[in-house]
Design a protein around this ligand. Sequence first.
Ligand code: BG6
Length: 515
Amino acid sequence: MAENQSMDTLQAPGTVFFIFGATGDLAHRKLYPAIYSLYREGKLSEDFAVIGVARRPRSPEEFRSDIRESITEFCRYKVNNEEEWNRFVQHFEYKSLDINNIDGYVELKAQTEALEQRFNIPGNRLFYLALAPELFGSVSLNLKKGGMLDSEGWHRLVIEKPFGYDLPSAEELNAQLNQVFKEEEIYRIDHYLGKEMVQNIEVIRFANAFFEPLWNNKHIANVQITLSETVGVEERGGYYDHAGALRDMGQNHMLQMLTMIAMEPPSRLLPEDIRDEKVKVLRSLRPYQSSDEVRDNVVRGQYTAGESGGKKLPGYREEDKVDPNSNTETYFAAKLWVDNFRWAGVPFYIRTGKRLPVKTTEVVVEFKNMPTNVYLGQRHSLQPNLLVIRVNPMEGIYIKINAKNPGTESEIKPLAMEFCQSCQVGINSPEAYERLIHDAAHGDSTYFTRWDEVATAWSFIDRIAKAWAESPGDLRTYPAGSWGPQEAQDLLAKDGYKWWPVNGQEEDNVIWIKG
Ligand code: BG6
Protein backbone atom coordinates (compact mmCIF):
# COMPACT_ATOMS: atom_id res chain seq x y z
CA MET A 1 0.00 0.00 0.00
CA ALA A 2 1.22 3.50 -0.74
CA GLU A 3 2.28 5.39 2.37
CA ASN A 4 -0.51 7.95 2.23
CA GLN A 5 -3.44 5.64 1.44
CA SER A 6 -5.92 4.91 4.20
CA MET A 7 -6.71 1.29 4.94
CA ASP A 8 -9.99 2.38 6.50
CA THR A 9 -11.76 2.78 3.20
CA LEU A 10 -9.70 0.63 0.90
CA GLN A 11 -11.47 -2.25 -0.79
CA ALA A 12 -9.63 -5.56 -0.84
CA PRO A 13 -8.58 -6.72 -4.30
CA GLY A 14 -10.50 -9.67 -5.79
CA THR A 15 -9.34 -12.67 -3.75
CA VAL A 16 -10.17 -16.27 -3.02
CA PHE A 17 -9.75 -16.92 0.71
CA PHE A 18 -9.04 -20.54 1.64
CA ILE A 19 -9.80 -21.34 5.24
CA PHE A 20 -8.02 -24.57 6.16
CA GLY A 21 -9.57 -25.75 9.41
CA ALA A 22 -12.96 -24.50 8.25
CA THR A 23 -14.91 -26.42 10.87
CA GLY A 24 -12.63 -25.43 13.74
CA ASP A 25 -13.04 -23.02 16.60
CA LEU A 26 -10.95 -20.17 15.23
CA ALA A 27 -12.80 -20.10 11.93
CA HIS A 28 -16.12 -20.19 13.75
CA ARG A 29 -15.36 -17.57 16.38
CA LYS A 30 -13.10 -15.19 14.52
CA LEU A 31 -12.59 -15.72 10.79
CA TYR A 32 -16.15 -15.88 9.40
CA PRO A 33 -17.28 -12.97 11.58
CA ALA A 34 -14.27 -10.96 10.39
CA ILE A 35 -15.08 -11.66 6.74
CA TYR A 36 -18.70 -10.66 7.24
CA SER A 37 -17.72 -7.42 8.98
CA LEU A 38 -15.40 -6.55 6.09
CA TYR A 39 -18.24 -7.19 3.68
CA ARG A 40 -20.67 -5.07 5.67
CA GLU A 41 -18.16 -2.24 5.77
CA GLY A 42 -17.67 -2.36 2.02
CA LYS A 43 -14.04 -3.50 2.34
CA LEU A 44 -14.89 -6.65 0.41
CA SER A 45 -16.95 -6.16 -2.68
CA GLU A 46 -18.53 -8.86 -4.86
CA ASP A 47 -15.26 -10.13 -6.35
CA PHE A 48 -14.31 -12.48 -3.55
CA ALA A 49 -14.88 -16.11 -2.65
CA VAL A 50 -14.23 -18.21 0.44
CA ILE A 51 -13.52 -21.91 0.28
CA GLY A 52 -13.73 -23.64 3.62
CA VAL A 53 -11.43 -26.67 3.69
CA ALA A 54 -11.57 -29.42 6.29
CA ARG A 55 -11.59 -33.17 6.48
CA ARG A 56 -15.18 -33.83 7.47
CA PRO A 57 -17.82 -33.91 4.73
CA ARG A 58 -20.24 -31.01 4.69
CA SER A 59 -22.88 -30.07 2.15
CA PRO A 60 -22.84 -26.47 0.86
CA GLU A 61 -26.08 -25.85 2.78
CA GLU A 62 -24.64 -27.19 6.02
CA PHE A 63 -21.53 -25.08 5.60
CA ARG A 64 -23.52 -21.93 4.93
CA SER A 65 -25.69 -22.56 7.92
CA ASP A 66 -22.54 -23.00 10.09
CA ILE A 67 -21.44 -19.60 8.88
CA ARG A 68 -24.76 -18.04 9.71
CA GLU A 69 -24.49 -19.47 13.23
CA SER A 70 -20.98 -18.16 13.66
CA ILE A 71 -22.01 -14.68 12.58
CA THR A 72 -25.11 -14.63 14.73
CA GLU A 73 -23.08 -15.60 17.75
CA PHE A 74 -19.77 -13.82 17.30
CA CYS A 75 -19.97 -11.00 14.78
CA ARG A 76 -20.27 -7.34 15.73
CA TYR A 77 -22.67 -6.93 12.82
CA LYS A 78 -25.95 -8.81 12.89
CA VAL A 79 -27.73 -10.02 9.77
CA ASN A 80 -30.66 -7.68 9.22
CA ASN A 81 -31.33 -8.03 5.52
CA GLU A 82 -31.91 -11.49 4.04
CA GLU A 83 -31.27 -10.34 0.51
CA GLU A 84 -27.87 -9.00 1.45
CA TRP A 85 -27.15 -12.17 3.42
CA ASN A 86 -27.91 -14.36 0.41
CA ARG A 87 -25.66 -12.23 -1.73
CA PHE A 88 -22.87 -12.62 0.84
CA VAL A 89 -23.17 -16.32 1.48
CA GLN A 90 -23.25 -17.32 -2.19
CA HIS A 91 -19.49 -16.50 -2.14
CA PHE A 92 -18.86 -19.44 0.21
CA GLU A 93 -18.10 -22.99 -0.83
CA TYR A 94 -16.77 -25.99 1.02
CA LYS A 95 -14.21 -28.64 0.14
CA SER A 96 -13.75 -31.81 2.13
CA LEU A 97 -10.07 -32.68 1.85
CA ASP A 98 -7.61 -35.16 3.23
CA ILE A 99 -4.70 -32.76 3.45
CA ASN A 100 -2.17 -35.47 2.60
CA ASN A 101 -3.88 -36.52 -0.59
CA ILE A 102 -2.73 -34.61 -3.68
CA ASP A 103 -5.80 -35.58 -5.72
CA GLY A 104 -7.90 -33.48 -3.35
CA TYR A 105 -5.80 -30.40 -4.14
CA VAL A 106 -6.25 -31.01 -7.85
CA GLU A 107 -10.02 -31.01 -7.30
CA LEU A 108 -9.68 -27.91 -5.17
CA LYS A 109 -7.89 -26.23 -8.03
CA ALA A 110 -10.75 -26.90 -10.42
CA GLN A 111 -13.28 -25.67 -7.86
CA THR A 112 -11.21 -22.51 -7.34
CA GLU A 113 -10.92 -21.74 -11.01
CA ALA A 114 -14.68 -22.05 -11.44
CA LEU A 115 -15.22 -19.59 -8.59
CA GLU A 116 -12.61 -17.21 -9.95
CA GLN A 117 -14.43 -17.16 -13.23
CA ARG A 118 -17.83 -16.75 -11.65
CA PHE A 119 -16.81 -13.82 -9.44
CA ASN A 120 -14.29 -12.33 -11.81
CA ILE A 121 -11.30 -12.85 -9.46
CA PRO A 122 -7.88 -12.43 -11.05
CA GLY A 123 -6.16 -15.47 -9.50
CA ASN A 124 -5.25 -13.89 -6.13
CA ARG A 125 -5.24 -16.63 -3.49
CA LEU A 126 -4.90 -16.25 0.25
CA PHE A 127 -4.38 -19.48 2.19
CA TYR A 128 -5.30 -19.16 5.84
CA LEU A 129 -4.08 -22.16 7.83
CA ALA A 130 -6.16 -22.34 10.98
CA LEU A 131 -4.64 -25.77 11.66
CA ALA A 132 -2.32 -27.53 14.05
CA PRO A 133 1.18 -26.13 13.34
CA GLU A 134 2.56 -29.60 12.57
CA LEU A 135 0.48 -29.50 9.39
CA PHE A 136 1.71 -26.14 8.05
CA GLY A 137 4.69 -27.60 6.21
CA SER A 138 2.90 -30.46 4.46
CA VAL A 139 -0.13 -28.38 3.48
CA SER A 140 2.15 -25.75 1.89
CA LEU A 141 4.02 -28.39 -0.05
CA ASN A 142 0.80 -30.00 -1.25
CA LEU A 143 -0.63 -26.67 -2.33
CA LYS A 144 2.31 -26.38 -4.66
CA LYS A 145 2.22 -29.98 -5.84
CA GLY A 146 -1.53 -29.78 -6.46
CA GLY A 147 -1.09 -26.73 -8.73
CA MET A 148 -2.80 -24.29 -6.39
CA LEU A 149 -0.01 -21.76 -6.88
CA ASP A 150 -0.14 -21.78 -10.66
CA SER A 151 -2.65 -18.96 -11.06
CA GLU A 152 -1.72 -15.55 -12.41
CA GLY A 153 -2.36 -13.39 -9.32
CA TRP A 154 -0.54 -13.32 -5.97
CA HIS A 155 -0.39 -16.13 -3.40
CA ARG A 156 -0.15 -15.52 0.32
CA LEU A 157 0.03 -17.81 3.30
CA VAL A 158 -1.45 -16.71 6.62
CA ILE A 159 -0.53 -18.83 9.61
CA GLU A 160 -1.46 -18.83 13.22
CA LYS A 161 0.86 -19.00 16.16
CA PRO A 162 2.65 -20.86 17.68
CA PHE A 163 5.41 -20.61 15.11
CA GLY A 164 7.50 -23.47 16.45
CA TYR A 165 8.19 -24.62 19.98
CA ASP A 166 11.69 -23.16 20.24
CA LEU A 167 14.26 -21.74 17.86
CA PRO A 168 15.32 -25.04 16.21
CA SER A 169 11.74 -26.15 15.54
CA ALA A 170 10.81 -22.67 14.26
CA GLU A 171 13.80 -22.79 11.91
CA GLU A 172 12.72 -26.15 10.63
CA LEU A 173 9.18 -24.95 10.02
CA ASN A 174 10.41 -21.83 8.31
CA ALA A 175 12.65 -23.85 6.03
CA GLN A 176 9.68 -26.03 5.06
CA LEU A 177 7.53 -23.01 4.27
CA ASN A 178 10.34 -21.38 2.32
CA GLN A 179 10.37 -24.31 -0.07
CA VAL A 180 7.04 -22.99 -1.28
CA PHE A 181 6.53 -19.40 -0.18
CA LYS A 182 8.90 -16.46 -0.12
CA GLU A 183 9.22 -14.53 3.16
CA GLU A 184 7.15 -11.66 1.75
CA GLU A 185 4.33 -14.11 0.98
CA ILE A 186 4.17 -15.42 4.56
CA TYR A 187 1.91 -13.59 7.03
CA ARG A 188 2.52 -14.82 10.58
CA ILE A 189 -0.37 -13.81 12.77
CA ASP A 190 0.05 -12.39 16.22
CA HIS A 191 -3.48 -11.24 16.83
CA TYR A 192 -2.31 -8.75 19.46
CA LEU A 193 -0.80 -6.70 16.65
CA GLY A 194 -4.26 -6.40 15.14
CA LYS A 195 -5.72 -4.87 18.29
CA GLU A 196 -6.84 -1.28 18.08
CA MET A 197 -4.87 -0.05 21.07
CA VAL A 198 -1.67 -1.90 20.22
CA GLN A 199 -1.73 -0.13 16.86
CA ASN A 200 -2.55 3.07 18.70
CA ILE A 201 0.73 2.87 20.63
CA GLU A 202 2.55 4.20 17.57
CA VAL A 203 0.18 7.13 17.29
CA ILE A 204 0.23 7.98 20.97
CA ARG A 205 4.01 7.95 20.89
CA PHE A 206 4.81 9.56 17.60
CA ALA A 207 1.99 12.06 17.25
CA ASN A 208 2.23 13.72 20.64
CA ALA A 209 4.70 16.33 21.73
CA PHE A 210 3.69 15.40 25.28
CA PHE A 211 5.18 11.97 25.06
CA GLU A 212 7.90 11.40 22.51
CA PRO A 213 10.40 13.88 23.99
CA LEU A 214 10.02 12.11 27.34
CA TRP A 215 10.10 8.60 25.93
CA ASN A 216 13.52 7.57 27.22
CA ASN A 217 15.61 6.71 30.24
CA LYS A 218 15.90 10.31 31.37
CA HIS A 219 12.21 10.51 32.13
CA ILE A 220 10.78 7.00 32.32
CA ALA A 221 11.37 4.98 35.48
CA ASN A 222 9.94 1.68 34.30
CA VAL A 223 7.40 0.10 31.97
CA GLN A 224 4.90 -2.56 33.08
CA ILE A 225 2.99 -4.81 30.72
CA THR A 226 0.23 -6.96 32.19
CA LEU A 227 -1.76 -9.52 30.24
CA SER A 228 -4.02 -11.18 32.78
CA GLU A 229 -6.75 -13.70 32.10
CA THR A 230 -9.49 -15.11 34.25
CA VAL A 231 -9.89 -18.27 32.17
CA GLY A 232 -8.01 -21.45 32.91
CA VAL A 233 -6.88 -23.74 30.12
CA GLU A 234 -10.47 -24.70 29.23
CA GLU A 235 -10.49 -27.46 26.60
CA ARG A 236 -6.91 -26.67 25.47
CA GLY A 237 -5.11 -28.64 28.19
CA GLY A 238 -3.33 -30.88 25.68
CA TYR A 239 -1.77 -27.97 23.81
CA TYR A 240 -1.20 -25.78 26.83
CA ASP A 241 0.50 -28.36 29.01
CA HIS A 242 3.15 -28.68 26.31
CA ALA A 243 3.45 -24.92 25.74
CA GLY A 244 2.97 -23.02 29.02
CA ALA A 245 2.57 -19.29 29.51
CA LEU A 246 6.07 -18.38 28.34
CA ARG A 247 5.61 -19.90 24.90
CA ASP A 248 1.88 -19.26 24.62
CA MET A 249 1.99 -15.55 25.46
CA GLY A 250 5.57 -14.50 26.21
CA GLN A 251 7.37 -15.30 22.98
CA ASN A 252 4.71 -13.53 20.92
CA HIS A 253 2.10 -11.15 22.36
CA MET A 254 4.16 -9.82 25.25
CA LEU A 255 7.39 -9.30 23.37
CA GLN A 256 5.51 -7.80 20.44
CA MET A 257 3.85 -5.23 22.69
CA LEU A 258 7.21 -4.48 24.23
CA THR A 259 8.69 -3.79 20.79
CA MET A 260 5.89 -1.35 19.99
CA ILE A 261 6.61 0.56 23.20
CA ALA A 262 10.37 0.52 22.87
CA MET A 263 11.12 0.84 19.14
CA GLU A 264 12.71 3.89 17.58
CA PRO A 265 10.54 5.97 15.27
CA PRO A 266 10.75 4.34 11.84
CA SER A 267 12.02 6.49 9.02
CA ARG A 268 8.87 5.81 7.01
CA LEU A 269 5.58 4.20 7.98
CA LEU A 270 6.18 1.25 5.70
CA PRO A 271 6.03 -2.38 6.81
CA GLU A 272 9.71 -3.15 6.48
CA ASP A 273 10.82 0.08 8.16
CA ILE A 274 8.55 -0.59 11.12
CA ARG A 275 9.56 -4.23 11.38
CA ASP A 276 13.24 -3.27 11.12
CA GLU A 277 12.80 -1.09 14.19
CA LYS A 278 10.93 -3.79 16.08
CA VAL A 279 13.53 -6.43 15.47
CA LYS A 280 16.23 -4.05 16.71
CA VAL A 281 14.43 -3.95 20.06
CA LEU A 282 14.37 -7.73 20.23
CA ARG A 283 18.05 -7.84 19.44
CA SER A 284 18.69 -5.35 22.23
CA LEU A 285 17.04 -7.50 24.89
CA ARG A 286 19.72 -8.45 27.36
CA PRO A 287 19.91 -12.26 27.37
CA TYR A 288 19.96 -13.95 30.74
CA GLN A 289 23.39 -15.51 31.05
CA SER A 290 22.80 -18.21 33.66
CA SER A 291 20.13 -20.12 35.51
CA ASP A 292 20.75 -17.86 38.49
CA GLU A 293 20.01 -14.80 36.39
CA VAL A 294 16.83 -16.41 35.19
CA ARG A 295 15.86 -17.21 38.78
CA ASP A 296 16.53 -13.63 39.87
CA ASN A 297 14.60 -12.03 37.03
CA VAL A 298 11.84 -14.40 36.04
CA VAL A 299 9.11 -15.84 38.26
CA ARG A 300 7.07 -18.81 37.16
CA GLY A 301 3.90 -20.04 38.74
CA GLN A 302 1.10 -22.54 38.39
CA TYR A 303 -2.41 -22.12 39.75
CA THR A 304 -3.77 -24.38 42.44
CA ALA A 305 -7.42 -24.74 43.42
CA GLY A 306 -9.01 -21.45 44.40
CA GLU A 307 -12.03 -19.28 44.08
CA SER A 308 -13.20 -16.40 41.99
CA GLY A 309 -16.49 -14.51 42.10
CA GLY A 310 -17.80 -17.00 44.65
CA LYS A 311 -17.06 -19.92 42.31
CA LYS A 312 -14.72 -22.76 43.27
CA LEU A 313 -12.03 -23.37 40.67
CA PRO A 314 -9.88 -26.48 40.18
CA GLY A 315 -6.10 -26.40 40.24
CA TYR A 316 -4.19 -26.60 36.97
CA ARG A 317 -3.10 -30.19 37.61
CA GLU A 318 -6.75 -31.22 37.90
CA GLU A 319 -7.66 -29.78 34.51
CA ASP A 320 -8.68 -31.99 31.62
CA LYS A 321 -5.77 -33.32 29.49
CA VAL A 322 -3.17 -31.93 31.90
CA ASP A 323 -0.54 -34.18 33.44
CA PRO A 324 -1.39 -34.49 37.18
CA ASN A 325 2.31 -33.95 37.93
CA SER A 326 2.74 -31.17 35.42
CA ASN A 327 5.41 -28.54 35.96
CA THR A 328 4.05 -26.29 33.24
CA GLU A 329 3.75 -22.63 34.19
CA THR A 330 0.41 -20.90 33.88
CA TYR A 331 1.95 -17.61 34.98
CA PHE A 332 5.19 -15.80 34.54
CA ALA A 333 6.56 -12.39 35.37
CA ALA A 334 9.92 -11.10 34.23
CA LYS A 335 12.22 -8.14 34.39
CA LEU A 336 13.78 -7.32 31.04
CA TRP A 337 16.38 -4.81 29.93
CA VAL A 338 16.50 -3.22 26.52
CA ASP A 339 20.17 -2.48 26.14
CA ASN A 340 20.24 0.50 23.88
CA PHE A 341 20.87 4.20 24.18
CA ARG A 342 17.24 5.13 24.77
CA TRP A 343 16.40 2.52 27.37
CA ALA A 344 19.61 1.80 29.28
CA GLY A 345 18.70 1.47 32.95
CA VAL A 346 14.91 1.25 32.50
CA PRO A 347 13.41 -2.06 33.61
CA PHE A 348 10.55 -3.48 31.58
CA TYR A 349 8.37 -5.69 33.75
CA ILE A 350 6.03 -8.10 32.03
CA ARG A 351 3.55 -10.54 33.53
CA THR A 352 0.84 -12.84 32.25
CA GLY A 353 -1.21 -15.60 33.74
CA LYS A 354 -4.33 -17.70 33.63
CA ARG A 355 -6.87 -17.68 36.45
CA LEU A 356 -5.99 -14.20 37.65
CA PRO A 357 -8.70 -11.96 39.11
CA VAL A 358 -9.46 -9.92 35.96
CA LYS A 359 -9.20 -10.15 32.20
CA THR A 360 -7.14 -7.21 31.09
CA THR A 361 -4.17 -6.17 29.02
CA GLU A 362 -2.51 -2.93 30.00
CA VAL A 363 0.71 -1.09 29.51
CA VAL A 364 1.78 1.26 32.28
CA VAL A 365 4.56 3.75 31.66
CA GLU A 366 5.79 5.11 34.96
CA PHE A 367 7.64 8.40 34.77
CA LYS A 368 10.46 9.40 37.06
CA ASN A 369 9.65 11.49 40.07
CA MET A 370 10.17 15.22 39.98
CA PRO A 371 13.35 16.25 41.72
CA THR A 372 12.43 17.07 45.30
CA ASN A 373 12.06 20.79 45.62
CA VAL A 374 11.55 23.14 48.46
CA TYR A 375 8.12 24.20 47.31
CA LEU A 376 6.44 20.78 47.32
CA GLY A 377 8.85 18.06 48.18
CA GLN A 378 9.08 18.61 51.88
CA ARG A 379 5.38 18.63 52.60
CA HIS A 380 4.06 16.10 50.12
CA SER A 381 4.96 12.69 48.90
CA LEU A 382 4.15 13.02 45.23
CA GLN A 383 3.07 10.03 43.17
CA PRO A 384 4.78 9.40 39.86
CA ASN A 385 3.04 10.36 36.63
CA LEU A 386 1.65 7.39 34.74
CA LEU A 387 0.54 6.87 31.20
CA VAL A 388 -1.69 3.81 31.01
CA ILE A 389 -2.70 2.23 27.72
CA ARG A 390 -5.65 -0.10 28.11
CA VAL A 391 -5.56 -2.64 25.33
CA ASN A 392 -8.11 -5.28 26.08
CA PRO A 393 -11.02 -5.83 26.67
CA MET A 394 -11.52 -2.17 27.65
CA GLU A 395 -9.76 0.14 25.23
CA GLY A 396 -8.53 3.55 26.19
CA ILE A 397 -5.79 5.53 27.83
CA TYR A 398 -5.39 7.49 30.99
CA ILE A 399 -2.77 9.70 32.45
CA LYS A 400 -2.18 10.24 36.11
CA ILE A 401 -0.83 13.60 37.17
CA ASN A 402 -0.55 15.51 40.43
CA ALA A 403 -2.88 18.42 41.02
CA LYS A 404 -4.24 20.48 43.81
CA ASN A 405 -7.18 18.86 45.55
CA PRO A 406 -10.02 21.20 44.60
CA GLY A 407 -11.21 23.35 47.44
CA THR A 408 -8.20 22.78 49.69
CA GLU A 409 -5.44 25.27 50.29
CA SER A 410 -2.49 23.20 49.25
CA GLU A 411 -3.31 19.52 49.38
CA ILE A 412 -1.97 17.63 46.37
CA LYS A 413 -3.74 14.59 44.99
CA PRO A 414 -3.19 12.28 42.04
CA LEU A 415 -5.67 13.03 39.28
CA ALA A 416 -6.38 10.33 36.69
CA MET A 417 -7.82 11.53 33.38
CA GLU A 418 -9.20 8.75 31.30
CA PHE A 419 -10.33 8.49 27.72
CA CYS A 420 -12.36 5.30 27.54
CA GLN A 421 -12.37 4.53 23.85
CA SER A 422 -14.53 1.43 24.11
CA CYS A 423 -17.15 3.42 26.02
CA GLN A 424 -17.32 5.85 23.09
CA VAL A 425 -16.85 3.61 20.10
CA GLY A 426 -18.27 0.46 21.69
CA ILE A 427 -19.25 -2.22 19.28
CA ASN A 428 -17.80 -0.47 16.25
CA SER A 429 -14.16 -1.01 17.09
CA PRO A 430 -12.97 -3.58 14.53
CA GLU A 431 -11.75 -6.93 15.77
CA ALA A 432 -8.07 -7.79 15.38
CA TYR A 433 -8.84 -10.47 12.81
CA GLU A 434 -10.73 -8.06 10.58
CA ARG A 435 -7.78 -5.75 10.30
CA LEU A 436 -5.33 -8.59 9.81
CA ILE A 437 -7.31 -10.34 7.06
CA HIS A 438 -7.86 -7.02 5.33
CA ASP A 439 -4.16 -6.13 5.62
CA ALA A 440 -3.07 -9.52 4.28
CA ALA A 441 -5.39 -9.18 1.28
CA HIS A 442 -3.70 -5.85 0.57
CA GLY A 443 -0.22 -7.20 1.01
CA ASP A 444 0.41 -5.01 4.05
CA SER A 445 2.55 -7.02 6.43
CA THR A 446 3.17 -4.29 9.02
CA TYR A 447 1.24 -6.05 11.75
CA PHE A 448 2.50 -9.55 11.02
CA THR A 449 5.70 -10.93 12.46
CA ARG A 450 8.67 -11.26 10.18
CA TRP A 451 10.91 -14.30 10.41
CA ASP A 452 13.81 -12.46 12.05
CA GLU A 453 11.46 -11.16 14.77
CA VAL A 454 10.20 -14.67 15.46
CA ALA A 455 13.71 -16.13 15.52
CA THR A 456 15.13 -13.40 17.77
CA ALA A 457 12.21 -13.71 20.17
CA TRP A 458 12.75 -17.48 20.38
CA SER A 459 16.44 -17.16 21.10
CA PHE A 460 15.62 -14.88 24.05
CA ILE A 461 12.83 -17.14 25.33
CA ASP A 462 14.76 -20.38 24.87
CA ARG A 463 17.29 -19.39 27.52
CA ILE A 464 14.53 -19.02 30.07
CA ALA A 465 12.89 -22.29 29.06
CA LYS A 466 16.23 -24.08 29.30
CA ALA A 467 16.93 -22.74 32.79
CA TRP A 468 13.46 -23.81 33.91
CA ALA A 469 13.90 -27.27 32.50
CA GLU A 470 17.08 -27.59 34.58
CA SER A 471 15.46 -26.45 37.81
CA PRO A 472 11.80 -27.50 37.95
CA GLY A 473 11.83 -26.78 41.69
CA ASP A 474 11.58 -23.05 40.94
CA LEU A 475 7.94 -23.38 40.02
CA ARG A 476 5.80 -21.37 42.48
CA THR A 477 2.09 -21.81 43.01
CA TYR A 478 -0.78 -19.37 43.38
CA PRO A 479 -4.43 -19.96 44.19
CA ALA A 480 -6.74 -19.58 41.19
CA GLY A 481 -8.33 -16.15 41.40
CA SER A 482 -5.28 -14.45 42.96
CA TRP A 483 -2.67 -12.13 41.42
CA GLY A 484 0.02 -14.81 41.11
CA PRO A 485 2.98 -15.73 43.30
CA GLN A 486 4.29 -13.28 45.86
CA GLU A 487 7.70 -13.48 44.17
CA ALA A 488 6.27 -11.47 41.27
CA GLN A 489 5.53 -8.62 43.66
CA ASP A 490 9.01 -8.94 45.13
CA LEU A 491 10.53 -8.63 41.66
CA LEU A 492 9.47 -4.99 41.56
CA ALA A 493 9.74 -4.32 45.28
CA LYS A 494 13.47 -5.13 45.09
CA ASP A 495 13.79 -2.18 42.71
CA GLY A 496 11.60 0.12 44.79
CA TYR A 497 8.57 -0.22 42.49
CA LYS A 498 5.19 -1.96 42.58
CA TRP A 499 2.78 -3.26 40.00
CA TRP A 500 0.26 -0.50 39.50
CA PRO A 501 -3.38 -1.56 39.81
CA VAL A 502 -4.88 -2.56 36.48
CA ASN A 503 -8.38 -2.65 35.07
CA GLY A 504 -9.21 0.79 36.41
CA GLN A 505 -9.09 -0.61 39.94
CA GLU A 506 -9.30 2.55 41.85
CA GLU A 507 -6.72 3.31 44.43
CA ASP A 508 -7.82 5.38 47.37
CA ASN A 509 -6.91 8.94 47.17
CA VAL A 510 -7.05 9.31 43.39
CA ILE A 511 -9.48 11.73 41.74
CA TRP A 512 -10.84 10.19 38.51
CA ILE A 513 -12.08 12.14 35.55
CA LYS A 514 -13.61 9.75 33.07
CA GLY A 515 -14.54 10.48 29.50
C1 BG6 B 1 -3.84 -16.70 22.54
C2 BG6 B 1 -3.38 -17.68 23.56
O1 BG6 B 1 -2.81 -16.43 21.62
O2 BG6 B 1 -4.23 -15.49 23.18
C3 BG6 B 1 -4.47 -17.94 24.59
O3 BG6 B 1 -3.05 -18.92 22.91
C4 BG6 B 1 -4.96 -16.64 25.18
O4 BG6 B 1 -4.00 -18.80 25.62
C5 BG6 B 1 -5.30 -15.65 24.08
O5 BG6 B 1 -6.10 -16.92 25.97
C6 BG6 B 1 -5.62 -14.27 24.67
O6 BG6 B 1 -6.08 -13.43 23.65
P1 BG6 B 1 -7.10 -12.25 23.96
O7 BG6 B 1 -7.23 -11.52 22.68
O8 BG6 B 1 -8.37 -12.90 24.43
O9 BG6 B 1 -6.48 -11.44 25.06
